[in-house]
Design a binder for this molecule. Sequence first.
Ligand SMILES: *[C@@H]1O[C@H](CO)[C@@H](O)[C@H](O)[C@H]1NC(C)=O
Length: 295
Amino acid sequence: MDFHLEFVQLYLHSPDPEMVIPAFIAFTFRLLAAAHLLTFITSYVTVSQGAQEIFKLLPHTFVDAEKLPELSAGKSLPPHHQSTRRAFQLYGCVVTSKDMVAPKDPSRCFDKADYYAHPEHYRPVFHERIAPYASAIVNCMYWERRFPRLLSIDQLQQLMKNGCPLVGISDITCDIGGSIEFVNKSTSIERPFFRYDTSTNLYHDDMEGDGVICLAVDILPTEFSREASQHFGDILSRFVTSLASAKGLLELPSHLRRACIAYTGKLTPLYEYIPRMRKTMIELPPTPANSLPDK
Ligand SMILES: *[C@@H]1O[C@H](CO)[C@@H](O)[C@H](O)[C@H]1NC(C)=O
């Protein structure tokens, strides 16, 4: 049996595992239909865990980003090697910022704190190190304009021209013109996907032709399932008493304290990044759209 290797990636920075699951299942099965085998990549936050939960129901192996080229090359292993592997196998890979950017100065090492402070000292590498091997990307990364994009239109067009196996992107973040540049609109729950044909630069509402399909539902939390609602309700009810009796923020159990965005008219420390993010949105000019090659 031919050994396919495909990748789904998850980049996660979002509040609830539950909200991603219905969309992820739909997306996963759509991809399975298209790709037979799939692999996925995720970062470490909660939505990621929710999506991974579903992924883990399938025969799977998690691999490190460094192993992707090797795995991909394994496609051409002679048949007797393949017979030792499961015939149907998906690969998942957790991708974090160290796999998305590299210091411009090659003598330096990636340092997350430095990257957040000086994104201009880093260049994007996701399109070189990860995307060429990916069959699907689930994007939940936190992004601001000061950071390089995960995937620009130019990079995507180039990748697809070079035979990248990418089938689709589930853009949970749904930042329009953000980390995934070609996502220029959100989609509805009724029609969750659009198709972007990289060779013609045209957007379509169906999923049946060339290009990359994309899930860009920005109101996924409204797909709140009944089970999830019950589950959250059960958990929350344990906190109601302390919530009702606490006289100040510090008296709240830590789960609730961390969920408190504003208190006495001020943002709480965890959420002080919001005005900073807004400020950069206003001060930085929009990252120019990549010029498109002549057709
Ligand atoms: C997205 O981009 C395509 C191609 O440039 C354009 O035809 C379409 O109108 C854009 N959609 C939105 C909502 O801007």
